[in-house]
Design a protein around this ligand. Structure first.
Ligand code: 6GU
Length: 251
């Protein structure tokens, strides 16, 4: 069972992840466990203050080291009790390295993760001694690390054995083979004058596989040329992509 402990001043936000869809079901099945720790419960005054003005001046507030450090220690202690003596501690921050499929697979192989979701303008830098990894989910700014932590939890949990059924298997996902996913269709055969590509109705599974690969290559070329640049194409894939481009200019 993968152990998550999250340090957040908004623990209720994590109920959304724990209750909905395949990720909620995975928790019911005992595939992972998630406990949230509120730094306010570790604050030192009656106002439960967890933030203060930045040394050196400037706008915004900074999350204080002491309540965060104490909440992190409680999270670590719980990991230990759950059989994880050395959990990986991750700070969710736009200053982190970008999340990728490879990083998700790496984290999915851990026994336990302690996630620190900051708010306000930032976290006192001295808390970073507690942190192994800093991760961002993209080049834009969220109001806090909570949504990023939930993104991380979702994409890690769906990779764990027993979470997805055969039908919804993660092996067919975008990015697994370095390409975007192909288009999908279901009934009816015609929708507002738009027909399903005939090859998908042909019953010829080899042709269908080749068409899907061609579409995946074409879409990746159109929408994410950066992914294609990182990936070596086989002779066959090169040919399929050329066909895609021909068909596009013909259409
Ligand atoms: Cl991890 N945190 C915040 N606050 N904003 C982000 C982010 C994280 N990743 C992208 N934007």
């Amino acid at each position: 069972m993968l152990q998550f402990d999250v340090v957040t001043i908004f623990p209720a936000m994590f109920d959304a992840v724990a209750e909905a869809g395949v990720i909620g079901r995975a928790r019911d099945k005992g595939i992972y466990q998630l406990v949230a720790w509120n730094p306010r419960d570790f604050a030192q005054n009656a106002y439960r203050t967890v933030d203060d003005r930045p040394y050196g001046g400037g706008p915004g507030m900074v999350m204080m080291a002491k309540p965060l450090g104490r909440a992190m220690a409680a999270a670590r202690q719980r990991q230990k009790s759950a059989g994880v003596p050395k959990p990986r501690a991750i700070h969710l921050t736009p200053q982190g390295r970008s999340l990728s499929h490879e990083l998700v697979m790496d984290l999915a192989g851990q026994q336990g993760l302690v996630l620190l979701a900051g708010r306000y303008e930032g976290v006192d830098e001295r808390v970073m001694r507690e942190i192994d990894d800093q991760i961002s989910i993209g080049d834009y700014v969220l109001s806090g690390g909570e949504l990023a932590a939930m993104v991380l939890i979702d994409c890690i949990v769906r990779q764990l054995p027993g979470v997805l059924g055969d039908a919804e298997s993660a092996t067919q996902d975008s990015f697994v083979n370095g390409l975007l996913d192909c288009p999908h269709y279901t009934r009816p055969e015609a929708y507002e004058g738009q027909k399903v590509p005939p090859v998908l109705l042909s019953g010829n599974h080899a042709d269908i596989s080749r068409w899907r690969l061609k579409q995946a290559l074409g879409r990746t070329w159109q929408r994410r040329p950066d992914l294609l640049a990182k990936r070596v194409l086989s002779e066959d894939e090169r040919r399929l992509l050329e066909e895609f481009k021909q068909e596009l200019s013909g259409a």
